[in-house]
Design a protein around this ligand. Structure first.
Ligand SMILES: [Zn+2]
Length: 85
């Protein structure tokens, strides 16, 4: 039996909601990376486990790991002429 799945549960730095990101068991992280680095990289990759492409993506912005709604809010705020909510 091989490793079937590896996941990280991440607490959003914006709202505290927990969400999960998936890791490819065959992925070889660069030398010196901690598991935290691997999890952060997966958050940067944007795919939230259990969500669809249309739900949006998670992200790392200004060093904060953000869930889908907080990523949307941050993207809106950063967009030229974007509005804050
Ligand atoms: Zn959030």
């Amino acid at each position: 039996m091989g490793v079937v799945s590896i996941q990280s549960t991440v607490s959003c730095d914006g709202c505290g909601t927990h969400f999960k990101v998936d890791h490819d068991p065959a992925y070889k992280p660069p030398a010196g990376w901690s598991l935290f680095d691997v999890a952060e990289d997966a958050v940067r990759g944007g795919y939230v486990l259990g969500s669809s492409l249309f739900d949006g993506s998670c992200s790392v912005q200004n060093g904060s790991m953000l869930c889908i709604p907080c990523t949307r809010a941050a993207d809106r705020a950063a967009a030229p002429g974007g509005r804050q909510e």
